[in-house]
Design a protein around this ligand. Structure first.
Ligand code: ASP
Length: 309
């Protein structure tokens, strides 16, 4: 007798101020198409009894290659007009983790994060050293032109012309994240981003920081965050959600809601996606919208952007 593998995959493509009035029809359609394609890539792996780790990496790679999202190709520009990508991945089975920050040439930052986890004794590599490790490992490299898009260039120009509105404009949605639980009940999480438009001084957000923007623990949950990274770092949001589930027995929905409430109390904006080893999955956010998607072994793909969907 064969049984159908049970699995859940949840994705985000960034939280932010998007509403039906502010988002163009093209951006709406591109975001939804990208999430559907990434869900399909991850779901295929989970449906054939692949691992959650493999599925989150595959889903993120699709979103990194998609210029509609602020990760890999289509990442935002720093104040100096370059693109610096951050990514992390974590395996809930043994809480093994890998991350990389300030990457300038790795086509798929999430795969470098996985290489750091599996092929180095470290958890987090940054800057030129991380790029060197990437080349040594034979990961695919890309020219600056591959990552750059006219829309991100326009956003940088707009921001440099309006320094007073800096943080609001800088908070461009589009960071990507994936969390999954596989047929064996193991969870994994991954996050990838270009960070904030016009970032400087080597600024790094929560996405590549294990426990802040990314966390996975088979005893509790897998979490990927998006939003104002500084708040997620200060509150250790991803690990906090896992700890609430593990220590207080809260449901993941409850723990995620509470963490986002607390983020708001501190003035932070953003969202999280979560799954638990029991197959439950969902999200919470305090921004007008969040690109998000979910699929399971028994439900078809659901994709949404606005808060009222
Ligand atoms: N959290 C990311 C960062 O702070 C940005 C985002 O999610 O939009 O780098």
């Amino acid at each position: 007798m064969t049984t159908t593998p049970r699995w859940t995959l949840v994705l985000h493509g960034g939280s932010g101020s998007m509403t039906r009035e502010t988002l163009s029809a093209e951006a709406d359609a591109a975001g939804r198409a990208g999430l559907h394609a990434a869900l399909a890539a991850g779901s295929r792996i989970l449906a054939s009894a692949g691992t959650a780790l493999h599925a989150v990496e595959a889903a993120i790679r699709v979103l990194e290659d998609d210029p509609a999202f602020n990760a890999g190709r289509g990442s935002v520009f720093t104040a100096d007009g370059v693109i610096e990508c951050d990514a992390a991945i974590m395996d809930g089975r043994d809480r093994n983790a890998g991350a990389a920050a300030g990457l300038t040439a790795t086509r798929n930052p999430v795969s470098l994060a996985r290489a750091v986890m599996e092929r180095s004794p470290h958890v987090l590599l940054a800057g030129t050293g991380a790029d060197a490790f990437s080349r040594e490992q034979g990961l695919e490299q890309a020219d600056p032109d591959w990552f750059a898009t006219p829309e991100r260039r326009r956003q940088l120009d707009e921001m440099l012309a309006n320094p007073d509105a800096a943080f609001d404009i800088g908070m461009k949605y589009g960071t990507v994240g994936a969390v999954a639980v596989d047929a064996a009940g193991h969870v994994a999480a991954a996050t990838s981003t270009g960070g904030l438009t016009a970032k400087k001084w080597g600024r790094i957000g929560d996405s590549p920081l294990i426990g802040a923007g990314t966390y996975a623990d088979d005893r509790a949950a897998a979490v990927s965050c998006t939003g104002a990274g500084e708040y997620f770092i200060r509150l250790g949001v991803a690990a906090e959600i896992a700890a609430r589930v593990r220590l207080s027995g809260r449901s993941i929905e409850d723990a995620a809601d509470r963490a986002i409430d607390e983020l708001g109390e501190y003035g932070g904006k953003g969202g999280v996606i979560v799954v638990a080893p029991d197959g439950s999955g969902g999200w919470a956010f305090n921004t007008p919208g969040m690109y998000r998607a979910i699929a399971t072994h028994e439900t078809s793909a659901e994709v949404a952007i606005y808060g009222d969907e």
